[in-house]
Design a protein around this ligand. Structure first.
Ligand code: MTE
Ligand code: CO
Length: 425
């Protein structure tokens, strides 16, 4: 955008806004001009942090964010919380940047609470239709050849489910925050299955959790062999307890429910098990009362994270619009953004790594004159799939669905900068 004449103009406006008298001043000169105009105690007074020694190195053996960032936390929604053990909280997407979700901010979804597992007592069993049933300790897994590192998003199928019938929750943390994006360390599931030797009639794999919900799902053998992982690391350190310490399965691009945490067993079978989580739950109920049998893949989706209800616009003039896009079918190719409710679209600037089945960051540097805006983003992946509107989804799926809502989100930015979750048709 730097060579865009529109932007050059707005950059001069930016300096003007800081109190500079002539266009083309450096930021430092502009700052000096502001200091002359009105004494700013942040400049004229020596602050305590400049005067006294800081904290010693041992003060914080495991580092924490600055206390001034204390609002950047996972949050829950009271009416969605039946009990603390069977619950969900949400990633604060509006306050994050880049593509990696910090470990302490990854949303949590537990069906039977988060168990504290002693890794020395944890085992992974592989049984069923295999030549050689196996049991691994954590140490066995960590010295098994073939370790890999891969970045993937995990999105709960229920992300945005509350919005199916219309705009509900005021903040992208709540409308879109059942997603996180992590670099995992572990082993391809294939190397473990090959070690056990899958029999020719072994067509499905069932991961089972060691938590009190004993979560189970059916994964087709092709997917298990293609790109699933068994992982113990996230973002360079051990999995957090909430994310399945000491072991979880990663099912790239597929609904989060299949990513069984606290993984203790993999059973190989000849057909799907049709357990609770793949029949009564995580199933899409259509308008005519029939259900889709399985909906595994998370289709392309995007959201503008800033501005958004929790990150309103504070300044006229230059602003940076930012957002996230992802697709369970592959790589994000393009994201288009509108600020006038869909009359005009422009292609956003994608920045940072663009990886398959990973969150992808986009920006639009824009100039805000204080006008009301209707902001939307629309993702396109490398299969050519284009993110649909919510009305397009409802036409196909009716109003009974909860899961797999990847419709286009609209934010209304008012002239005072306040931002609201709305829907336009
Ligand atoms: N695995 C076990 N063992 N128990 C669970 O309750 N919840 C599932 C899945 N794996 C769950 C589980 C659901 S519905 C989702 S969306 C993801 O874990 C959430 O993963 P996270 O807590 O790391 O965000
Ligand atoms: Co889920």
């Amino acid at each position: 955008m730097d060579h865009d004449p529109q932007f050059q103009k707005s950059r001069r406006g930016f300096l003007g806004g800081l109190g500079a008298t002539a266009a083309g001043l450096s930021l430092a000169q502009a700052g000096a001009a502001r200091a002359q105009a009105k004494p700013d105690p942040a400049i004229t007074e020596i602050q305590d942090w400049n005067r006294y020694l800081g904290d010693g190195v041992a003060a914080n053996p495991y580092g924490k964010p600055s206390k001034f960032e204390k609002g950047v936390v996972r949050r829950d929604v009271e009416w969605l919380t039946a009990s603390r053990e069977s619950s969900v909280n949400f990633t604060p997407l509006h306050a994050l940047d880049g593509i990696i979700t910090p470990n302490g901010l990854c949303f949590e979804r537990h069906h039977g609470g988060s168990p504290e597992i002693d890794p020395s007592k944890h085992r992974l069993m592989i049984n069923g239709l295999v030549d050689k049933p196996l049991v691994f300790t954590m140490d066995d897994l960590k010295r098994f050849p073939g370790r890999v590192n891969k970045v993937f998003f995990l999105e709960c199928a229920a992300n945005g489910g509350m919005e199916w019938k219309g705009a509900q929750l005021n903040g992208c943390q709540f409308t879109h925050g059942m997603v996180h994006n992590v670099m995992y360390t572990g082993l391809p599931l294939k190397v473990l299955l090959d070690e056990a030797g899958v029999k020719t009639n072994g067509k499905w794999v069932m991961p089972e959790g060691a938590d009190s919900s004993a979560m189970t799902r059916s994964i087709p053998i092709e997917k298990a062999m293609q790109d699933c992982l068994v992982v113990w690391g996230m973002n360079g350190e051990a999995l957090r307890q909430e994310q399945g310490y000491p072991l979880r399965i990663v099912v790239p691009g597929w609904e989060g429910n299949m990513w069984v945490k606290w993984l203790r067993r993999l059973e190989v079978g000849d057909q799907p098990w049709h357990h609770r989580e793949e029949t009564s739950k995580y199933t899409d109920l259509l308008a005519d009362g029939r259900s889709r049998r399985f909906t595994w893949i998370m289709d392309a989706k995007s959201v503008v994270t800033s501005p958004s209800p929790q990150a309103p616009l504070k300044h006229k003039g230059p602003n940076v619009l930012s957002g996230l896009a992802w697709s369970g079918r592959g790589t994000i190719r393009r994201v288009d953004v509108t600020i006038d409710g869909g009359k005009n679209w422009q292609t956003a600037r994608i920045d940072g790594p663009v990886l398959p089945m990973s969150l992808t960051r986009f920006y639009v540097d824009f100039n805000w004159d204080g006008r009301e805006m209707l902001i939307q983003s629309r993702a396109m992946d490398d299969t050519g799939y284009v993110q649909p509107t919510k009305d397009e989804l409802r036409k196909v799926r009716g109003l009974n669905s909860i899961y797999h809502n990847n419709g286009i989100q609209t934010w209304l930015v008012r002239s005072n900068g306040e931002t609201e979750n709305v829907e336009i048709s």
